[in-house]
Design a protein around this ligand. Structure first.
Ligand SMILES: O=C(O)/C=C/C(=O)CC(=O)CC(=O)O
Ligand SMILES: [Ca+2]
Ligand SMILES: [Mg+2]
Length: 439
């Protein structure tokens, strides 16, 4: 569903709404695990996902502690009714609910918090243990766009792939750079990722060859899930863009660096980023993230007015990457924070719609690789190992890029009077197919 056409609003309208009772740090749930300080899913979080049990039927759920509230069942029983007369949760995917817009999202969140509150008059809520449920893609992903919003990442990659003297492209401080990716390759955490085949051409060779990628990498990103779109031809302000975003997930934009360097000029990444993008199963809503809103870093050059933000639209989210070799223990390979990103998701979305491009319910925007300024805060092996020059140590020996059987897990959480966690985004590398099979 598209948002009503509205003219671009002047900056004065741009205010941060007050927090409400769903952010009360003293609130506790009758679901015991939700009250543990290290739990990702306290009553203040209530992230949305899609799960199934043994019969395979997909249902919409909300995570609380170590349980899932069966929201599809709550709606079928008439306990909640976000859209009067309609069943928005019956299809086992979040798109119909997201299309209702921010007022319905907030009202439903407040009702669920009341049902789960330790002071609730009844505990008659259908719960499913997370341990016994299978998670699925929470939304039907309409389109996937990948941005490039970390100044540190853009500078590092520019140094390695192009010119260390002019590492940051001249447009970068003006335009939120992005490219249109493949929605069809977005998969839920836990889905194995097959090492891709592709055209590679080492600099010393005169012609390319078909080979399995030997420089398989990760990209630590945050994904913004678009809840409501804009009509074609109607741009939006950054404030409107903020309100169009339903929530965020962890996102690993698996990347084949050897395929990428050969293919990417002049139109950008293609096959090197089209074989798998993993997202975490729980969408943490912008409402839950609101207490952790923070400014983007200082602007080095003034932005055009359509990108101005009069409210803090970044988030303070701690992020970690773990790598575990097959059968081995994980090691942390990166620690960073989303607040380093130069462009917020709202700025990226406002830029995306600037031409009149219609954004739609279920669109997914990758933030771009999240790299921080300090050592060990880079969101890709390309940077952490400086294109393989400086291997990192794992319990299975040195790693330059990913080996078959390696598992990578992204984690994210906001720290404050309570913890708003994202859960995990995991993927394991399967060996490539035999190139000879393609002729
Ligand atoms: O600098 C480049 O040529 C490409 C960088 C990328 O890896 C593209 C990308 O996926 C953007 C990002 O995740 O930040
Ligand atoms: Ca990316
Ligand atoms: Mg991809």
């Amino acid at each position: 569903m598209a948002a009503a056409a509205a003219p671009l609003r002047p900056a004065e309208d741009h205010v941060m709404p007050p927090l409400n009772a769903t952010h009360d740090p003293d609130r506790r749930s009758w679901v015991a695990r939700a009250n543990d300080p290290d739990c990702d899913f306290p009553i203040q979080n209530l992230p949305w996902g899609v799960f199934s049990e043994a019969d395979g039927t997909r249902r919409v759920g909300v995570a609380i502690g170590d349980q899932i509230v069966d929201v599809t069942a709550l709606e079928a029983d008439g306990v909640i009714e976000p859209s009067p007369g309609a069943r928005v949760f019956a299809q086992g995917v979040l798109n119909p609910f997201m299309a209702l817009g921010p007022a319905a999202w907030s009202a439903t969140r407040a009702m669920l918090a009341d049902l789960l509150d330790a002071r609730a008059p009844t505990r008659d809520v259908p719960l499913v243990p997370q341990a016994g449920a299978e998670m699925h893609l929470p939304v039907f992903v309409r389109s996937y766009t990948d941005f490039y919003a970390s100044r540190e990442h853009a500078t590092n990659v520019g140094s390695m792939f192009r010119d260390p003297e002019n590492a940051l492209m001249p447009n970068w401080l003006h335009v939120p750079i992005g490219y249109n990716g493949r929605a069809s390759s977005v998969v839920v955490s836990g889905t194995p990722i097959r090492r891709p085949l592709g055209q590679v051409k080492p600099p010393e060779d005169s012609a390319p060859q078909l080979a399995p990628s030997a420089r398989l990498d990760i990209e630590l990103e945050l994904g913004a899930v678009i809840g409501v779109g804009n009509p074609m031809g109607q741009p939006v302000t950054t404030a409107q863009a903020y309100d169009m975003i339903f929530g965020h997930v962890l996102l690993n934009d698996w990347s084949a660096r050897d395929i990428q360097v050969w293919e990417y000029q002049p139109l950008g990444p293609f096959q090197s980023k089209a074989f798998g993008t993993s997202i975490s199963p729980w969408i943490v809503t912008c409402k839950a993230l609101a207490p952790f809103r923070t400014e983007t870093p200082p602007r080095e050059l003034p932005l055009l007015p359509y990108l101005h933000e009069d409210a803090p639209n970044n988030f303070d989210i701690c992020l970690e990457v773990e790598l575990a070799p097959q059968g081995g223990d994980p090691v942390k390979i990166s620690r960073t924070n989303y607040r380093h990103m130069y462009y917020s998701a709202a700025q990226q979305l406002a830029h995306h719609a600037l031409s009149g491009c219609p954004m739609e319910t279920g669109d997914l925007l990758g933030s771009g690789t999240i790299s921080g300024p300090g050592p060990g805060s880079q969101g890709s092996l390309l940077e952490l190992t400086w294109n393989g020059r400086d291997p990192i140590q794992t319990r299975a020996g040195p790693r330059r890029f990913l080996c078959d059987g390696d598992s990578v897990t992204l984690k994210g959480w906001c720290d404050g009077p309570y913890r708003i966690g994202f859960g995990r985004c995991e993927g394991t590398i399967l060996p490539a197919l035999e190139p000879a099979r393609l002729g």
